[in-house]
Structure formats: C-alpha cells, structure tokens
Design a protein around this ligand. Structure first.
Ligand code: PEP
Ligand code: MG
Length: 849
C-alpha cells in the first residue's frame, strides 16, 4: 500500500523492521541490531530523518497512534538518533507521560519517594529543554514531595500555565523541541566542529521507560569490557540503585562496581545472575556488532533491560589496541582495523600527551607545530637551556624565533616555544625532526629578555625558572605541571604499523639529518631517507668553529685548508647514516642556507667569535655585515652558493663518495643520492653535475673502487617546476620542496606568516595554512606541471615530495594520484604518513571492487 505523503511515518523497531542508519540514525540502527540479537530492549519506535524534519517545520505525527504502540498509560523516553553518535544532539528526555494521576497511581504501586523522583525528573527536563526556562530554577531540587510541589509552582509562575498533564501533548512538545533544537544555528556549528556535514540530519527514538526507580532491585548502570584509556580487557562502569539514565556515572556516592571488586560493593555481590547476563550480552554485541560497546542498562524490579549500546569512548592508544584485538580475534579483517584508526591519533602514541581528563590552565596559544607535551622550567636563551640540561633539569626554551645558533639549545630543551613563526619556520622544522613538542607564532605573549619576563595577553608574568607545560598537540602553554599520558609504542602499535606497511602503495621516507634521526626513521619503518639537510650537521660546537673559519677564509687556499678539516667529519657522518640505513636509499642534500646564518647576531656572540678566531671584533662585524642580505631566503643560498663557492659542494661530494666506499665494505653496495637545492635553471644543474661527476671519477681512480650514485634536483622554485623538462635531462630524480615552493608561489614568508595566518584562515582567505596543508590548487598545479614535464623529458624519473607537507593525508592523496614514488617527512610523522597512505590504498581498492 502506498504511504500517504501527509502522514508522518514512524516504525516500530522489531527484528523484521526496515531500519537504516542512513534514514533513522545510528541509535535506531543500533537498537534494531540489539533486537535482532534478542537482547531485552524496551519497546522502541523510530522516527526517520524526514519525519523529524517535518516535525521541526510544524507538522505533527499521529500522536494517539504513536502512544498506542506502548499500551495503556505508558511512560516514555525520547532520545536523539543522528547518523553518527559523535555528532551529539539534543538531550534525551525521560519519563514522558508523568502527570498528577500517574503520580498518584505510582505512589500506590512503587511508593511515594519513587513516584516523586520520576515526576520531578520529567518536570526538570521539560522545563529546561522544552519550555526553555532557566535551569537554575529547577536544578538543585532533590526528590521530595516539597521539591515536586515547588517545581510545579515554579513552572506555573514562569509560564502562566499549568504543567501539561496530557501525555499526548507532552510527547508532541518534546518531539518538536528536540527536532527544532537540531536545526538551530548553534547546534549546527557545534556538530560541524565534531565532523558532521552541514546537512547532517536527526532521527528520534521513542522508547518505553524501564523504571530504574521502584521496588526490589531497581537501578541503572553502564558496563563496558575494555579500559577506555588503555584498550585492555577489563570490566569498567558503575551501577546506581534507584536511578535512571546515566546517573550511575555521574554519582558522587552510592554507586557500585559491577564485577566483584576489593575497593567496594559490586552489583555482582547482589545480583550475580544479572552480571553474568550482562557479560554474555557484552560478548554477543562484540562478536556481532564487531565493536567494543558500552551497555546502558536498567534493572526494573529485578528485570534487566538494555537501553542502548554506544561505542566505548576511547583514547588514541585504546583505539589502536581495540582495533588490533578485534582483528587478531578474526572479528574484523585487518583492513578494517587499519581503516578504523585516525592517522592523527597515531601521532599521539609516539609522544607524551597532556591527559585530556586532567585539569589544565592555558596562559598562551599559538600554532601547534610539533606534537607531544613536556613540562620544564622556562629558559630564555640557548646557553641557559644547555646549562639547565647539564644540571639535569628539563627546560622549555622560549625565543622570539630560533636561528641555527639555537640548535644546541633546542637539543638541550624538552620543548620549544617561539613568539613568531609558522609551520615551516626554523623552530618548527627542527623540533619536529627532534620529536620535541613545539608551539610557534604565539602572538599573545611578549618575551622581554632584558627584564627576564614573559608577558601573556591575560596578564600572567612568567619568569625564567617558572615551570610550564608546553602542549605541542593543541598549541597551548599551560601553567605548572599537569597530568601526562606516556607514549605507547607497544605491541598493538607495532602490529598496526606492520599491516599498514603491507597495504601501502607509495614509499614513505624520512627527513633525517643525524644518526639519531636515522635510528628513529628505522624504528618507525621508513623506506629510506628522503632528505638529509647537511647544514644541520654543522651545528655541533667543534664543527661550528671550523665552519666559522671557513666563512672567514678570504683566500681560496685558506678555504681549502679548512674544508680539508671538515671532510673527515662529513665522511664519518655519511658513513654512519649509510650504515644505519643498511642499504635503504639515502638522499643527501648539498649545503642549502645562506652562510651568514652561521654567524652570530648578538654583540656577545660577535665578541665570542672574535675571541675564538683571534680576530678583532671589527673584522667579525664587517664580515657579518658583508654577508647579510635583505632577503636571505631569496639570496645567496642553495645552488647559488654551490656555484659561487664550489669548494663546499666539492668537499661534500667527496665525503659522500668516500663514505659510500667505506659503508659498502661490510654490506650491499650503497647507492647514494645527491640532491641540489634551490635550482631555478638547467645550467645550474649542468655546472654542479660536471664537478660532481669529475669528483666521482677522481675518487674511483684514487681508491680503485667503482660505485654508482644518483644525482637529483630539489624542485622548490616555481621556475624549476615550469622548466622541469630540461632540468630532468640532468636529474635522475626530482624532489619537490614544498616549503620553499609554497613560500615562493604565494610570495609569503615561511618564517613570518604565523603573524597573520590565524586571521587569514579565520576569515576564509585561505582555507588552511598552506605551510601545513598542501595548497593543491596553486602549489599543487606546479607539482603536476613539474611532474608531467619532468616525466616527458625523462620517463623513468623518480618523483617525490620532501617538504613538511609530506606527512599529511591530503598531500599523500595528491602524490598518489599524481603517481609520485614516495613522500618524505619528519621521522616522527612516518607512522602517520604510513597509515594515511595505507587507508588511501584501501579506499581505492574498495572503490574499484
Ligand atoms: C623545502 O623547501 O620544502 C625543503 C624541504 O627544504 P627546507 O625546508 O630545508 O628549505
Ligand atoms: Mg627548501
């Protein structure tokens, strides 16, 4: 029979009913499954998305017919049923149908106290959620005859009407208010913030009340079979006698444990058979609904009812363990376990985190540039950081912005925060590489080094030595020490990563500069090193001095003598990297930054350098000035330095080749990859290639050993992308450096953009910070053009990206679609990238099937 369009439809949730999450919402579908599993669910009727929308517009369902489904004089609850439980929804309303007559009858059947409690709860909920009265007026009343009278009087006083007595009217008003609440702007914005689409819809379920307040054993509780923090199997939850809904969880006293527990009384002591049934139901749900669920139950005069089974709320580490356990037990396939984990959640496992359940007082906010959290004493300079580390005191380094001079301070600190900067500024890149938490672009704080204070916008004055906690995951600076969760690189994490590796169809390499980075890259299963920024190898104290001597060498022979001293150091660096990576590819980028970055900026620094080099201060000042540029990032750096001061690249190439021979002694032959930075013209590549080829020939001849190597180009200027065809003629690989490419495509300083990025994103000028999320439209088009032209000139050319975007799901999706060979990111992001890539590959398989 065809349905009449003017009738608002509802469906009783019976085993054979046609209920779908996409039409009735997740809760309705869940209850439908429980009914089919023969669990004792109170009678329930589902109202579809369409029905609820029409109710919001002012239409009404056939209320007498709806009430009729529940027999004479029912007490009902109405609960929200959006498609995903994560999107929230209006509060459930219990005990609809309570009125004076019902109250009197219940006084006789279950006692006055119980009847008062049921009626009062309904009045409180109706007054605040339906009549929208001030909750303060109704909130604090404990159930009693006087409280009930007061609530009824208050209702009349506030509305000039008697509390509605007709159950039909009560139900209709509840349905209407819940339907309308969903369509309001605030509710829409709230759920969108939780990931709901703009057009997310609401279903409602109307359910017969199981009365947890009444005679014999009556009460309600929540039980789950895993620990939501760790994911390990254990019975958790509470039961509260004479209660309804989720009262047991909120109760300050009187709640019982579920299973026997040495800490206090348990429901199992009183009703062992009920707990045994709950355990059985839990297992049935787990096996059939293939998830760890919480059972919300009510005991009504000794009879057990299951009202709902939401997903167990869980931490990131618990999510991983639960997914792996379900897959190990064959309840879900491994592919599904992989798809259930948010890649971002994996990064929470790799670092300490602020416990979300603990208290926190935030005093400043910035860009969350490197995840994890750490507590330490504030220090305002690198020397203080090193001194603090030497005393064994963890410290948080605060700088306006960091420069290469701060590297040692950053190594010594457990966290780094800067007033300026964005996702790809120096502090951010280095901190991510080191795996230490970092917050940059904290524009609501001012560092006053002279007075030794850090002022926050809300008036807090922090001094050097004060203890703070830096939360690099949320971008907050917190006062004092807070409760932390430790990293969890446990068996479950390892298993998940192994499965991800098997599913992944694009290479994931790590940006690694030091042996420690390389070890981390190996530990996280990287397919090789995609970017070794060699300048980071010059920051150790002994090397920095030699570097300074090189910068100050005026004559070519002096420079050659200094480079001669750097050569064995670099050779040892590369040998170690090759050894750690055991035959996996290692891509070494030749020296990139402008030389002046290695020179001190402050007066004390200049004086110290003059002392170390035995030169007059004025000479040092002159040299610093001579090297300084208005736009150093667009100046004498990268290949430009390589062409004008070629001895540096010569030394590096020789060190790479000699290390190649050394590392190949004990294992498979190493094939190093050498990458030229900041190229914008083919001739630059030709010139560098000629020198490197002849150095390779010289080393082969000197050592009498043959070896291979691959020379490639870093595409990080727009011109290099546009001219990728002729550049590729001389390059075995093209690696897109999306940090500089983003900077140059937008004409936006990667070090300063943090100052206004927040405002730009808030006003929708940019959808996201392009230094964080790859701009697939603009920068992406340059990547596509570069890849196409490069491939056309050299069909087998290896393509990759190595900017900070490399670890993000969006850029990985882009690179897979464009047929890139690998992405390269900070070692700590390798697992996140691996999981994202695996999920993308699985999604594609599913679409193809
Ligand atoms: C880049 O520019 O994307 C890059 C990886 O190089 P760096 O961050 O060292 O400039
Ligand atoms: Mg670059």
């Amino acid at each position: 029979m065809q349905k009449r369009p003017d009738i608002i439809d509802f469906t009783e949730i019976a085993a054979e009913a046609d209920i779908a999450a996409s039409r009735h919402g997740g809760r309705a579908k869940c209850l439908h499954r429980l009914v089919r599993l023969d669990l004792p669910v109170p009678r329930t009727v589902a109202l579809s998305f369409d029905a609820v929308h029409r109710i919001a517009l002012g239409e009404a369902p056939n209320i007498p017919a709806l009430l009729d489904r529940f027999g004479p004089e029912p007490l009902l609850s109405v609960r929200p049923s959006p498609e995903s439980a994560d999107w929230g929804g209006p509060a459930s309303i219990l005990n609809i149908g309570m009125n004076a007559a019902r109250h009197a009858a219940l006084c006789d059947s279950i006692g006055e106290a119980a009847a008062n409690a049921l009626y009062l709860r309904f009045i409180q909920a109706y007054a605040t959620h339906v009549a929208r009265l001030d909750p303060d007026i109704f909130e604090d009343d404990e159930p009693s005859a006087a409280a009930l009278r007061a609530a009824l009087d208050a209702y009349t006083e506030e509305t000039d009407e008697r509390f509605p007595q007709d159950p039909g009217q009560q139900l209709l008003e509840v349905l209407r208010s819940m339907a309308r609440a969903w369509e309001g702007t605030t509710a829409r914005l709230l759920r969108q913030a939780r990931g709901a689409p703009a057009d997310a819809r609401l279903g409602l379920v109307v359910q017969a009340m199981a009365l947890g307040i009444g005679p014999e054993e009556s009460g309600s509780g929540v039980i789950q079979f895993v620990d939501g923090a760790t994911g390990k199997r254990s019975i958790r939850g509470r039961y509260l006698p004479q209660s309804q809904g989720r009262d047991a969880i909120a109760a300050r006293e009187g709640a019982l444990f579920l299973a026997w527990d040495p800490r206090g009384p348990a429901l199992e002591d009183r009703c062992p058979e009920i707990v045994a049934r709950l355990r059985r139901y839990g297992e049935t749900c787990r096996m059939n609904l293939r998830e760890e669920l919480q059972l919300e139950f009510t005991i009504e005069a000794g009879k057990l009812w299951v009202l709902d089974t939401p997903r167990v709320p869980r931490s990131a580490r618990a999510a991983v363990r639960i997914a792996v356990m379900l897959a190990d037990e064959g309840i879900i396939p491994r592919e599904e376990a992989l798809r259930r984990i948010e890649p971002r959640a994996v990064s929470e496992l790799l670092h300490s985190q602020v416990d979300p359940a603990g208290p926190r007082q935030a005093v400043a906010h910035g860009i969350a540039a490197s995840p994890g959290a750490a507590t330490g004493r504030l220090v305002f300079g690198s020397a203080a950081a090193q001194a603090s580390a030497a005393r064994g005191e963890p410290c948080i380094l605060v700088r306006r912005e960091t420069t290469p001079e701060d590297i040692r301070g950053m190594h010594a600190a457990v966290g780094v925060m800067t007033e300026r900067g964005g996702m790809t500024s120096h502090a951010a890149v280095i901190a991510r590489g080191l795996g230490v938490p970092c917050v940059v672009g904290i524009s609501d704080m001012r560092l006053n080094r002279r007075d030794g204070v850090l002022l926050t916008a809300d008036g807090h004055k922090l001094h050097e030595g004060d203890i703070v906690t830096l939360d690099g995951t949320s971008g907050q600076v917190l006062l004092g020490e807070v409760k932390m969760l430790e990293p969890a690189l446990d068996d479950a994490f390892q298993a998940l990563m192994g499965w991800a590796e098997a599913a992944c169809d694009i290479g994931i390499r790590a940006n690694a500069d030091t042996p420690a980075d390389a070890q981390t890259a190996r530990r996280f299963g990287a397919d090789g090193i995609g970017l070794c920024r060699t300048e980071h190898m010059f920051f150790e104290a002994d090397r920095l001095t030699v570097m300074h001597e090189m910068i100050f060498a005026d004559r070519s022979e002096d420079r050659a003598a200094v480079l001669e001293r750097l050569l064995p150091m670099q050779r040892a660096d590369f040998t170690r990297l090759f050894e750690i990576m055991q035959g996996l590819p290692v891509c070494i980028r030749l020296f990139d930054p402008p030389l002046h970055e290695f020179l001190p900026q402050s007066r004390e620094g200049v004086r110290g350098l003059a002392e170390a080099l035995d030169l007059p201060v004025s000479d040092v000042q002159r040299r610093v000035q001579a090297l300084s540029e208005f736009n150093p990032m667009l100046g004498m750096r990268g290949v430009r330095l390589g062409i004008t001061v070629p001895e540096i690249y010569d030394m590096q190439a020789r060190a790479i080749f000699e290390a190649t021979i050394e590392a190949s002694h004990n294992g498979d032959p190493v094939v190093p990859e050498i990458m030229i930075p900041l190229v914008s013209a083919m001739r630059e590549v030709e010139l560098v290639k000629t020198r490197i080829d002849s150095l390779a020939a010289a080393v082969r001849a000197e050592r009498g050993v043959d070896f291979d190597y691959r020379l490639g180009v870093m595409v990080e200027t727009p011109r290099a992308a546009l001219r990728a065809d002729d550049i590729a003629l001389h390059a075995a690989f093209l690696s897109f450096g999306t940090n500089d490419l983003t900077q140059m495509t937008y004409g936006l300083s990667r070090d300063d953009a943090g100052r206004f990025m927040g405002s730009y994103v808030k006003q929708g000028v940019f959808a996201e910070d392009p230094f964080h999320t790859l701009d697939t439209e603009g920068v992406g088009e340059l990547l596509t053009i570069g890849a196409e032209r490069g491939r056309k000139a050299r069909p087998g050319v290896t393509l990759s990206i190595c900017g900070e975007h490399g670890g993000n799901a969006e850029s990985i999706a882009f690179c897979r679609a464009a047929g890139f060979d690998y992405v390269s990111c900070s070692p700590f992001r390798v697992p996140v990238a691996r999981l994202s890539a695996a999920q993308l590959a699985l999604d594609q398989q599913i679409r193809a099937d």
